[in-house]
Each structure stands twice: as C-alpha cells, then as structure tokens.
Ligand binder design. Structure first.
Ligand SMILES: NC(=O)c1ccc[n+]([C@@H]2O[C@H](COP(=O)([O-])OP(=O)(O)OC[C@H]3O[C@@H](n4cnc5c(N)ncnc54)[C@H](O)[C@@H]3O)[C@@H](O)[C@H]2O)c1
Length: 334
C-alpha cells in the first residue's frame, strides 16, 4: 500500500485528476478500475444502456486483483460517473482514454468530436490494438495531440502499456503520457514506429504460431504445450525477458557467448518452422482439445483464476525487485 501512495503523489505532480473513458466495454471498464484505484475521477461515456451495469461488474471483478496489488479499494467507485453525451463527458477532462469499437471510421469521427470538446491541455489517448494514431487523427485539427496508449488486457492488472506516437506527435506530449502511465505503476514503453500489431501482440503471435503448428502436427497436446510454456520460458521471460535471459545464461560473456555458440542452431530451428493457418481441420482440432482439457476451467470462473495466478507472479517479482537496485524505478514497481 505504501508503494501505491507514492503513485498518488506522482499523479498530482502530473496534473491529472479528471479522466474520461470513451467506450465502456472490456478495455474501457478495466482502465476505469485502474484509474479509480489510483484516486482519479472517471467519467465513462458510452451510448449503450447496459454500460453502468457492465462497468460496475468489471470493477467488482477487478477489486480483489487491485487489492492484491496493494491498492486500497474500499471507496474506489466514489469518483465514478456516467455520461452519455460525449462533449459533456470530456469537457473538463485532463485525460481522455478512448476505448471504442476498433473501426477506423469510428476512431476518426470520435477524435474530431473529442478534440472539439476537451480542454486544450488534455492528453488524448487511444487504446486501439491496431489502428495507429496517424490514421485515427486524420480529421483532427491538431493530429500531433493524439497518441496510442495500447494496454495489454486487462489494463487493471497487466503492467504493460505500449505508447505509440505518430510521426507528427509532439515529443513533450509523449513525455507527459509516459509520466502519466508510469505514475499509475504501469511499465510504459515508447515504440519508435507504428508497426502492425505493435510489439507485444507481434511476439505473442510469433509464439502462438509455433504453438498451433506443434499441436496441429500432433507433436504435443494443447495441455502439454501449455505446461511446457508455464514451466519453462513463461517463468524465464516473466522474470527477465528473452534478451536478458540469454545474456544471463553465462557467468561471463553473456549474449556474446550465446551468439557465438548457439545462434546457428537457432537459425536451423527458425528454418524448420512450418506454415500454419487457422484452416478448418486445425480449428476443429484446437476446439476439440480445448473442450477436452479445459472444460472444467470454463465452468469454474476462468477470469478469477487467471487473474489470481497473474497477481501472484507480479507480486513475487515485485518482492524480489524491492531488495534490488538492478532495474529502473518504473520497472521495479509493478
Ligand atoms: N479486448 C482486448 O483484448 C483489447 C486489448 C487492447 C486494446 N484493445 C482496444 O480497445 C478498444 C476497445 O476494445 P474492447 O475489447 O473494449 O471492445 P468492446 O466492444 O468490449 O467495447 C467497445 C465499447 O464502445 C462502445 N461504443 C460504441 N459506440 C460508441 C460511441 N459512439 N461512443 C462511445 N462508446 C461507444 C460500445 O458500446 C462498447 O461498450 C479497441 O480499440 C481495441 O482494439 C482491446
């Protein structure tokens, strides 16, 4: 809880107190929970009549997670309100986190409207998983204001947010955005180019491609593949990431030794990767195995179990980092 109080001070230093979340679906509700836990006020804008019920349900689901991460969640919904009129919702916002449908026409139109109604100082951020700021901001008067703050789902739990400016984004604004997210305890990483899928989703897709290929070819079952990942590279990469892991693989010479001795065999493996697609027979096989191995999880609250396991990982790593000076501050506090 002490670590979390520090974040509240950072929030004050960043001058951000009032936020507007545009789109109260899966991602919007999750951002709302995190903002509220950090003492920010949140106005959720969404035309759907069921928004309040859905957002409240997500916040209730996030409460044990946020509490497990050290937040005081007792009165976290005090700062929450709902407003179906977009202009009224963003009128006094210090920050707008857009989480609407993933359609270019929607994003272009909503940013034009948000820009016209929000204060000049407000940070304008899109959660989009795939439509870059350069495309979304085409109809804005000042496209330099828009930056992507792409979370890894769920934002109330996963530390990563990819900050993706466009080529016209203002560098001072990018710094403010990074400071804001880091103030929330996020690991905010700025990408230097608007790469399709950004970085985290590209990496996930690369590993998933080979996972599908191995299960499709019958080398391993889905269940065994999951066990292989969680019992080896999942632990390694949660702790240190792929490059640092290889660098730490030897007492001396680190990555240089890896490149000298293991790079050829890795290239041979790369060449052996098969083509894979979600064709009919692959899909049938994957769905059958998911039903066979994981039916019980689907019945007994998969989100709670998933979140509880991930919180345990985050807290275990944070407890080690608290006694270590080996990483920058924002990477140490999760
Ligand atoms: N789901 C994920 O895993 C994930 C991860 C990272 C980023 N994202 C991105 O976050 C954004 C939202 O995704 P989601 O999964 O929450 O979608 P979602 O469909 O759950 O939520 C979208 C919400 O937008 C609302 N909406 C529709 N029209 C609106 C309008 N005119 N004004 C305000 N709200 C409106 C809908 O009612 C809905 O509640 C997308 O851009 C997506 O790419 C999603």
């Amino acid at each position: 809880v002490q670590a979390r109080s520090k974040f509240k001070k950072l929030m004050r230093d960043n001058g951000i107190a009032r936020t507007a979340v545009v789109g109260g679906g899966v991602i919007g509700a999750s951002w709302a929970a995190l903002f509220l836990a950090n003492g920010l006020s949140v106005i959720v804008n969404d035309p759907d009549a069921t928004t309040a019920t859905r957002v409240m349900a997500t916040i209730e689901g996030a409460r044990p997670v946020l509490s497990g991460l050290g937040y005081d969640t007792d009165r976290m919904t005090d700062g929450l309100s709902f407003e179906t009129d977009l202009a009224a919702a963003v009128h006094s916002a210090d920050l707008v986190q857009e989480c609407g449908p993933e359609r270019l026409d929607f994003k272009k139109q909503i940013w034009r409207a948000i820009e016209a109604a929000a204060p000049k100082h407000a940070l304008l951020l899109s959660s989009s998983a795939g439509i870059p700021a350069s495309a979304q901001s085409r109809d804005m008067i000042e496209p330099s204001r828009l930056i992507l703050g792409h979370p890894f789902n769920p934002p109330y739990l996963m530390p990563l947010v990819e900050v993706v400016p466009s080529s016209v984004s203002n560098t001072g604004t990018v710094s403010r955005v990074l400071a804001f997210y880091r103030g929330l305890g996020k690991v905010a990483v700025e990408l230097k180019r608007e790469e399709p899928g950004f970085v985290a989703d590209r990496l996930q897709a690369a590993l998933f491609r080979e996972s599908v290929s191995l299960v499709r070819d019958g080398v391993v079952s889905m269940r065994d593949l999951d066990d292989i990942v969680t019992s080896s590279i999942g632990i390694r990469w949660a702790a240190n990431g792929p490059f640092l892991s290889f660098h730490l693989g030897r007492e001396t010479d680190g990555l240089r030794h890896f490149i000298a001795h293991l790079s050829k065999s890795m290239e041979t493996l790369w060449e052996s990767f098969g083509d894979v697609s979600f064709d009919k027979s692959t899909n049938t096989l994957l769905i059958e195995q998911a039903r066979h191995f994981y039916r019980d999880h689907a019945v007994s609250g998969p989100t709670e179990l998933r979140d509880a396991r991930e919180v345990a990982v985050l807290n275990a790593i944070a407890s080690v980092n608290q006694t270590s000076d080996s990483q920058p501050e924002h990477r140490r506090d999760i």
